[in-house]
Design a protein around this ligand. Structure first.
Ligand code: OOG
Length: 260
């Protein structure tokens, strides 16, 4: 595929997002869509957003838990790019209007204080992450019925990234028993999802290690000051107007949004 092809497909997905109108998966018309081309389409899509004034603030990992891989019937982790426009403030309002079929998931996020380049160890990831936060990601797929056929479809669509919210509590990851944090997501006070943080890559910091591997394969690095969403611990939950969604992670406090 040429850069021109990447740009055209990125434009199609970008327009679908802006119009909140779903489109068929790219692999329907393009059965051979190699993963490197899918990441190139994703990168072109981000270029369209930064050209309109958005700023890249971090990256998200997806499909880092067994629950998510099973739900989506896909077998390996992927990443997407986060911009400042995607962040909902803690306790803020998320308006469903303007989205296609958004769903919310419980996550853990990290903030990096130094650049990570190449393949890294768990220790190096811990060293580079100055803080851990409770986080929720709102996914939205630009594909009809939130269905795609393959990994390249989801990667090209920025790994279903849409919005995210971070807890105001931030703690150095070394102070936490990172792989054993109970996580509970409630809607209007009733628990809808719960898991231990080990559901995320066995240990959420390992999502940072995997992210660095994926970036390295593309000759890229993880910049200092990045937010990294480690991936969902459980399957995603549909929202209704009026919902109050709250995630509590032991040791990291809680983070909530109101759905309008
Ligand atoms: C793919 C993205 C999954 C996660 O946290 O596992 C993801 C999808 O479910 O559409 O972000």
């Amino acid at each position: 595929m040429t850069q021109r092809n990447h740009q055209e497909l990125a434009q199609l997905l970008d327009q679908a997002r802006l119009d909140a109108r779903s489109v068929p998966p790219l692999t329907k018309s393009q059965p051979e869509l190699p993963l490197p081309d899918a990441y190139a389409i994703q990168a072109e899509g981000i270029r369209l957003r930064t050209a309109r004034g958005e700023r890249v603030v971090g990256l998200k990992m997806g499909l880092t838990s067994e629950a998510k891989r099973k739900q989506m019937n896909l077998d390996s982790p992927v990443y997407g790019v986060l911009t400042d426009r995607m962040q909902v403030p803690a306790d803020g309002v998320f308006r469903l209007q303007g989205f296609i079929h958004p769903k919310i998931e419980p996550e853990i996020a990290f903030r990096t204080s130094r650049e990570l380049r190449g393949r890294i160890t768990r220790e190096e990831a811990l060293e580079a992450c100055s803080s851990a936060m409770a986080a929720m990601e709102i996914l939205d797929s630009r594909y009809i019925d939130f269905k795609y056929f393959s990994l390249p479809d989801v990667v090209a669509d920025n790994s279903s990234s849409s919005m995210f919210v971070l807890s105001t509590t931030e703690r150095p990851p070394r102070e936490l028993d990172l792989a054993r944090l109970p996580m509970s997501m409630e809607v209007n006070g009733a628990q809808v999802q719960s898991a231990l943080s080990s559901a995320i890559s066995g240990d959420p910091i390992l999502s940072v290690v995997q992210l660095c591997e994926l970036l390295d394969a593309r000759g890229e690095s993880l910049p200092a000051g990045s937010i990294v969403l480690a991936g969902a611990a459980t399957v995603a939950h549909m929202m209704q107007p009026g919902d109050q969604v709250r995630l509590t992670v032991e040791g990291l406090g809680s983070v909530a949004i109101s759905v309008a």
